[in-house]
Design a protein around this ligand. Structure first.
Ligand SMILES: Cc1ncc(COP(=O)(O)O)c(C=O)c1O
Length: 385
């Protein structure tokens, strides 16, 4: 069977040098990225200060538009941020946590940055409710729904859990939150670019994510989506001069917020990171997330079936609808095996309490899927004898 998605393999030089199974952590660099970074350097060198009005100034929104198409957001509804941590704080800083409606609900398997932030929010008056996992792989949707009540102001969830690749039922959670009068911020870092996301049909209030993983955009290019009808009423406390309606008037405080997504900016954006990120978004748009998802399901299923046949416990959902792009294998001596594989240029990672994480992406061949498992099994057998 020919795989049409392998046509993009040539765009990623690292695939010729490594066995690349780490897209859940760091997507491969497109060859075009090198040209984009040269373009950035040329503009800085040749156009100097004029580069700001020739494109740099609006890049937080124009770059966001390239992601908007991938996650079902309308144009001009996204703004680039340095990372999820900052984007998340911008959202949280829009709310007052001193009233009766001061609960913030999240899941225990959310990414640590989100949990650390929510844990500190009590100093501003919030009550943090963390819904536990019953099995270390999933979060029961009923447990999430029960935790959301009339005192909940915000629900902060990950669409796909980084530790197990479990896909949460975000639609059910958003519906319940809205019925209870709460809003929802969803972290789509582990889904955007591999699992279909549609922020518009979800009617989610906020979405945050980054580009390091499935979007192949590298570090420094986080993003924030805000539901367009909410923008005008939000006043982020994490703010700065670029969020002002007319920043170059350098007006006295208080701030007069911009009416558009610039409202959620603060200081000068990381322009080189935005240049670096563009190529990844272009390629994901060209390939299309539906095709990526179809292939991902096929290859993660292949990985899981082989692992189970070899007696390796799988720490990701078995059901394809519940599973994102990564597979987590509970291999004895997982850390040591990962170190040996990295030494051999087989790229994957190990997470304590989870196991060896590995992920094919649209550029992965079936032979690579088989080969990585073959090497893991051989190392496991070698170590157990
Ligand atoms: C779900 C999720 N959120 C956030 C992050 C990272 O946050 P930040 O962009 O602040 O580094 C990761 C992984 O690095 C992640 O998997």
């Amino acid at each position: 069977m020919t795989d049409p998605l392998l046509a993009w393999r040539g765009e990623f030089p690292v695939l010729n040098r490594t066995l690349y199974m780490i897209s859940h952590s760091l997507g491969a660099m497109p060859a075009r990225t090198r040209q984009c970074l040269t373009q950035y350097a040329d503009q800085w060198d040749n156009r100097s200060i004029r580069a700001w009005e020739e494109g740099w100034w609006t890049m937080p929104v124009t770059t966001g538009n390239l992601i908007a198409n991938i996650i079902g957001a309308p144009p001009a509804s996204m703004v680039m941020q340095p990372n999820v941590t900052v984007a998340q704080w911008i959202v949280l800083s829009c709310f007052d946590w001193r009233g009766i409606r001061n609960k913030v609900v999240s899941e225990a398997m959310n990414f640590p940055t989100n949990l650390y932030i929510l844990g500190e929010l009590d100093r501003l008056g919030a009550r943090f409710v963390k819904v536990p996992s019953r099995d270390g792989i999933t979060i029961a949707v009923d447990d999430m729904l029960t935790a959301i009540d009339e005192e909940t102001q915000l629900v902060c969830i990950s669409h796909v859990l980084f530790r197990s690749a479990y896909i949460q039922d975000v639609k059910a959670i958003i519906e319940k939150a809205h019925r209870a009068g709460a809003q929802v911020v969803v972290d789509i870092y582990q889904s955007a670019g591999t699992v279909p996301v549609d922020v518009t049909s979800w009617q989610v209030d906020f979405a945050v994510g980054g580009s390091v993983k499935w979007l192949c955009g590298g570090p420094g290019a986080g993003y924030l989506y805000v539901r367009p009808d909410l923008v005008a009423q939000l006043r982020p406390r994490l703010t700065g001069w670029m969020a002002h309606a007319s920043p170059f008037s350098f007006a006295d405080d208080p701030i007069d917020y911009a009416g558009d997504m610039f409202r959620f900016l603060h200081g000068t954006p990381a322009v080189p990171a935005l240049f670096a990120a563009k190529s990844g978004y272009e390629i994901i748009n060209e390939v299309g997330v539906d095709r990526i998802r179809e292939k991902s399901i096929r290859q993660t299923t292949r990985l899981i079936e082989t692992a189970l046949a070899e007696g390796i416990p799988v720490r990701s959902p078995m059901n394809t609808e519940d599973r994102g792009g990564a597979v987590i294998l509970d291999v004895p001596n997982g850390y040591a095996i990962t170190q040996e594989l990295l030494r051999r240029d087989v790229l994957l990672d190990y997470r304590p309490g989870a196991g060896i994480r590995l992920a094919p992406h649209f550029y992965t061949t079936d032979d690579e899927v088989d080969e990585v498992l073959r090497q893991i099994v051989a190392l496991r057998d070698q170590r157990s004898t």
